[in-house]
Design a protein around this ligand. Sequence first.
Ligand SMILES: *Cc1c(COP(=O)(O)O)cnc(C)c1O
Length: 411
Amino acid sequence: MSNLPPEHAPLVQFAVQDDCLQVGGMALTRLAQRVGATPFYAYDRQKISERIALLRRHLPAGVLLHYAMKANPMPALVQHVAGLVDGMDVASAGEMRVALDTVLPPDSISFAGPGKKEHELRSAIAAGVILNLESAREMEAVAKLGTSLGITPKVAIRVNPDFALKSSGMKMGGGPQPFGIDAECVPDVLRRLAMLDLDFMGFHIFSGSQNLNAAALQEAHAKSVQLGIRLAEYLPSAPRWLNIGGGLGVPYFPGERALDLAAVGENLQRLMPEVQRQLPDARIAIELGRYIVAEAGIYVCRVLERKISRGQVFLITDGGLHHHLAASGNFGQVIRKNYPVIIANKVRGAEREVVSVTGPLCTPLDILADQLSMAKASAGDLVVVLQSGAYGLSASPVAFLGHPAPIEVLV
Ligand SMILES: *Cc1c(COP(=O)(O)O)cnc(C)c1O
């Protein structure tokens, strides 16, 4: 055992040339000139395509791959992803509009989320999108709206499972939840569903997010499949799909390492024969947000000032928590940890030093890196927060303190 502090996972997704980060096939300094202003987010389309290809190699052939748009709803990125996946999961009418602008057929789009509003339900029914029902009340409302529109709504039941995804960054199933219908109540709901004019597609079981532990994911996938099979006994007709959620994580913090995707894929492969025997008409779907886009995206800002306060070095930048809440440690983290942050035009650098990277906001929360070792930088250098393609801009309080919003580019 070494006593060295844990380090970030090695930078492998982007090349480095002449000590400068390469994104979208060009030096980041050049891309910054092209964008014309900092801060900005850049998403590398090639890296997204490669990630989806990697998933296709590891997932069993029949498994449908869906993109969960809440991870990154930038329309150009969504258009790119739409050409490579089998479906999309949306969680608002706004996201649904973006998904309906793509080539994907409406019945490959599913709409989840508690508290869907009546106008959202109405548009989804008219669009032919699958509504993931989150409560018995919502089921009744959807059936009534369908009758008034003269359209049979396509629905799935979101099940709050009777298990949780272990060692997950965010639990979204198991125990009491605002999401979905408790598994033990689903049989009654299905009995009622059979009396309503609803086109039943299948089950949606989502147990958690940001998981790097392959064994925990294997267990959750096996339990999701078993639960789906068990609940299918109460159905009037065979389910057409079983969405087993997502939860595949990416390494953000020191000590974290990439998920063993092969182990997750092999486990799904082992589960397939049982699914085919018990639910012959059903396709398995997996819905991923973060895993598809997080590592393909960066947040770029510029050093305005290198300031020393009582011996500690601060790099004050033009970017901060108003653009990237998650990197500041204020998006669901219990203990603040550093995202991987580098100086893009001096990745290794001639000299290194331990610095804190802060933004222009007048609050001590505006930290992009706290006492992190990086190349010695000065005003004008480009600071890059890696692993920023998911839950970045759209999950940040852009209006806080009245600075302009960052630019987003897909390269
Ligand atoms: C957020 C969410 C996802 C995506 O989670 P990731 O961790 O980004 O993969 C998938 N499905 C549902 C229902 C969600 O709410």
